[in-house]
Design a protein around this ligand. Structure first.
Ligand SMILES: Cc1cc2nc3c(=O)[nH]c(=O)nc-3n(C[C@H](O)[C@H](O)[C@H](O)COP(=O)(O)OP(=O)(O)OC[C@H]3O[C@@H](n4cnc5c(N)ncnc54)[C@H](O)[C@@H]3O)c2cc1C
Length: 505
């Protein structure tokens, strides 16, 4: 008889990881499963990293309620999880009279959603605050409670804190089907075997529709992947006057292209919003990059293509779920529910933007749903909400760096020169409570390989470090799991084959 869990969470993005972290407070046996080799490789690793203030979603929708609730959770949560957070505020700028009207609508919506201190400022004031802004700006919406975070670090820290508090995590474990008795879920079937549970929580991001359909829930609900493309600018070459987030006025397609500072110091430009056919299509395109570049250029005319060091794309899990309140007439809301027709499922779906922001509030809603369903959740007396951050060498003073190197010489060996990432930091992630086992996991956790050389110098050394630490051959080290090895075979083996051939001739 396989082990029976109280809760199995499907998907370790920011939502599943925070659900696990908040549920780990209670006396529950919890399993978090993730199909990829490492956690957080879906939408949670490719987005704008903005903690939205909440002026955009339709008042009364699940998006608005969870967004606004979560805004006040992030400062404390970031402290507890030892991750970056900056309440830098954000701006939406208008050039035409029609766009000013949109700003007024956003102001009114923000006020209805309860967004604090939101106001419209003049073009002159906007130019005073950001002299690089396009001179044609006539007004801007200023939202001081907007912030930037680090969605990947947040995902890792949340899952790590969950694991510290007893949650089991299985990566490389793909949900395939539910085990059901009538309309009651009793477990999940995965590519690693069957696991029994009293509750399953669907946090599968882009695949949440397919997961819920396996239980016969919401057959009409469909997720259409909506791609957003970005470029990253070299931080040594371009900076905004102050780190902030500046949006173009939103359109029907989305919140609008932004030029935005990040916690890692780079400015990013993007995203656009275009539906694509495949849930795996994260390609960037010539047309898409042109679209975001024109948007970014409208905001900040001095950005230059020669400062671009990387491009990437993420996929929004855009659904078609109506809001719980039909009077809102809104059909793209988050699903946060225990469905009526199936027992044992906490169903989350359509968690597109502002899903990163809203994730901690979604996790609290999951707890509320379980309690309302009769779960008598008992708090653990020894629950620890604090996860200590690991040292980030480049952020330390000279004295702190020297002390760290004296304790562990691996911190004295720089592996990524552009971003100044040390062997000590890489090893710390490989041996973390949730080990980073691929190049991409290390890249997202330490920021190695994200500078101007884009990994040109560090990849061979990181492959060697990973191979030694994981007791693998270099040929077995992968970029992101599966068949993504960097190396085909050692050149010595080629020499040997060649010599054998010579011998035969
Ligand atoms: C371009 C873009 C810009 C965005 N900008 C912002 C922003 O600035 N601010 C903001 O608040 N939000 C933003 N978002 C939205 C935000 O990124 C998402 O809402 C959030 O990351 C969703 O988290 P998630 O955990 O639901 O999904 P994901 O991060 O995709 O996680 C789902 C996980 O489930 C796993 N999974 C899927 N199927 C299975 C299976 N069968 N078995 C096991 N595991 C499975 C996946 O591998 C994945 O790890 C943006 C999104 C995009 C794409």
């Amino acid at each position: 008889m396989p082990k029976k869990y109280d809760v199995i969470i499907i998907g370790a993005g920011i939502v599943g990881s925070l659900v696990a972290r908040f549920l780990s407070k209670y006396q529950l046996d919890i399993l978090l499963i993730e199909k990829e080799a490492n956690i957080g490789m879906g939408a949670s690793s490719a987005n704008s990293a903005i903690l939205h203030a909440g002026y955009d979603p339709i008042p009364g929708s699940n998006k608005a309620l969870t967004n606004v609730m979560a805004v006040e959770m992030w400062p404390v949560l970031s402290q507890e999880l030892g991750i970056g957070y900056s309440r830098c505020g954000d701006y939406v700028v208008a050039v035409t009279a029609e766009e000013v009207q949109v700003l007024e609508e956003l102001l009114a919506r923000g006020q209805r959603n309860g967004v604090a201190e939101i106001e419209i400022i003049s073009g002159t004031e906007m130019r005073r605050r950001e002299p690089l802004i396009c001179p044609d700006i006539v007004a801007a919406l200023w939202v001081p409670s907007g912030a930037i975070g680090d969605p990947f670090a947040a995902t890792v820290a949340a899952a790590e804190n969950a694991v510290m508090n007893g949650v089991e995590l299985m990566c490389g474990t793909a949900f395939e089907d539910f085990l059901m008795e009538g309309n009651q879920i009793i477990g999940v079937r995965t590519n690693q075997g069957d696991f029994h549970c009293r509750w399953a929580s669907n946090a599968a991001g882009l695949y949440a529709d397919e997961v819920m359909h396996k239980a016969g829930v919401r057959p009409e609900f469909i997720i259409r992947p909506r791609r957003g493309e970005y470029v990253i600018l070299d931080q040594a070459e371009f900076q905004l006057t102050q780190t902030t987030v500046i949006f173009l006025t939103p359109t029907d397609k989305g919140k609008g292209i932004t030029v935005s500072g990040t916690l890692h110091g780079n400015v990013i430009v993007g995203p656009n919003a275009n539906f694509v056919d495949s849930k795996e299509n994260k390609d960037t395109t010539t047309e898409g990059l042109q679209e975001i570049w024109e948007g970014g250029n409208t905001l900040i005319p001095t950005i230059s293509r020669k400062h671009i060091i990387a491009q990437f794309a993420g996929l929004r899990a855009t659904g078609n779920a109506p809001s719980p309140d039909p009077a809102l007439n809104y059909n793209q809301d988050f699903i946060i529910e225990i469905p009526n027709n199936v027992s044992g499922l906490v169903n989350l779906g359509g968690i597109e933007s502002p899903g990163f922001t809203a994730a901690p509030a979604i996790a609290l809603k999951v707890i509320e749903l379980l309690q309302n369903a009769g779960e008598n959740l008992q708090e653990k007396p020894d629950w620890n909400p604090v996860r200590a951050p690991r040292p980030v060498f480049r952020n330390l003073s000279r004295e702190e760096q020297a002390a760290l190197i004296a304790k562990n010489p691996a911190y004295g060996r720089i592996i990524c020169r552009c971003e100044m990432v040390t062997e000590g930091e890489i090893l710390a992630e490989i041996h973390a409570p949730i080990p980073a086992t691929t190049y991409d996991a290390l890249k997202r956790r330490t920021w190695l390989g994200t500078g101007r050389c884009q990994g040109g110098f560090d990849i061979p050394r990181v492959v060697a470090i990973l191979a030694e630490a994981l007791a693998k051959t270099p040929e077995e080290v992968t970029k992101k799991g599966g068949q993504s090895e960097f190396l085909y075979r050692s050149t010595k083996a080629v020499d040997q084959d060649y010599l054998n051939m010579e011998a035969l001739i």
